[in-house]
Ligand binder design. Sequence first.
Ligand SMILES: *Cc1c(COP(=O)(O)O)cnc(C)c1O
Length: 404
Amino acid sequence: MRPVSNFRDAMTSHIMPTYGRLPITFERGEGAWLFDQDHNRYLDALSGIAVCNLGHAHPAVHQAICKQSEKLLHTSNLYGIGVQEQLADRLIEKSGMENVFFCNSGAEANEAAIKLARKFGHEQGIENPAIIVMEKSFHGRTLATLSATGNLKIQQGFAPLVTGFVRVAYNDIDAIEQVLEQHDNIVAVLVEPIQGEGGVNIPATDYLNRLRSLCDQHNVLMMLDEIQTGIGRTGKFLAYQHNDIIPDVCTLAKALGNGVPIGACLARGKAAKVLTAGNHGSTFGGNPLACSAALAVLATLDAENLIEQAAEKGDAICSKFAQQLHGNTHVVDIRHKGLMIGIELDRPCTELVPAALQQQLLINVTSEKTIRLLPPLIINDQQITQLVEILSALIHQHTDTHVS
Ligand SMILES: *Cc1c(COP(=O)(O)O)cnc(C)c1O
């Protein structure tokens, strides 16, 4: 690796060492490219973990932020906020939900959903409400959301955890039905339409439809964590739109602001009436700066037809990978919905991340054996070819058991 003078390792940095960082620092971005201080160009196939869906330095977002900052950045939720109203209108239109609580991150959006579910239960006289959550799920790093998360590594060292979660296997409707029949205090089911951190796990095509019916039968809230799958990533604005259903609660963050921090908890029907004045709040939540960025994101998705492109490009990338990796028996599965892509190997492959960085390609590996790709929706044909060629070669090298 070429020396990078402005990267500081854990020994010299004054930042708490909560992240295992790769030894690289970026100065600038443009579309799917990132540049380091020496002007070396990297292909970003991760989009800052599904955040920069429009690519880096998108002019529409840049202009929206600049214009808003000339007028007003923050007034607090003690007053009306025009751009927050506009953003809520747009989100409602595009989602089929009814109202929105704005916050600043994914974890906060899920915190709002969890509080909403508990209050929904209390209003029906359930004093110890519980929420069904999934194995291998990821919902954030705050106390309630890490307790909801199905990963012991994330929970380790932080006991006592928040109680009130019952865990079942992902993609197992019968398991959910059993819990609903055995417990009388279940108020909601919280689930990702596709598990991201858990390994790009795509459930059966009718999973969400069956879950919708089950939640209706038992009068519990269907709460979808669309923080990673939302905002066009999977080829629909929201992943549940592949199933023609609408949940009761839906959480968003990541790509909503294309890098400007914003989260949202959307509700509908009985769920839309639960949280009232004084129940929840956030100083920064839905401030004019973040909302103007998000409005620009939504307008650009439509103007550039990016959601349809996510579907087409995802199919194109995966059929190219299928060709390039054909015959490699160590590739267990290539799966995707739109531009949420997982390539599962029969062995651990975390070393592929630094190996790809050496070749100026940014990728990710989740749950040890699955390469996760979340390229920006604006990725072009040449970049797609480059991505598939570099990564396929690395996969062949990594799985080649013969010493040459
Ligand atoms: C990233 C993510 C979160 C947490 O979002 P933060 O903004 O990091 O708090 C929650 N749920 C899912 C599915 C995510 O991918």
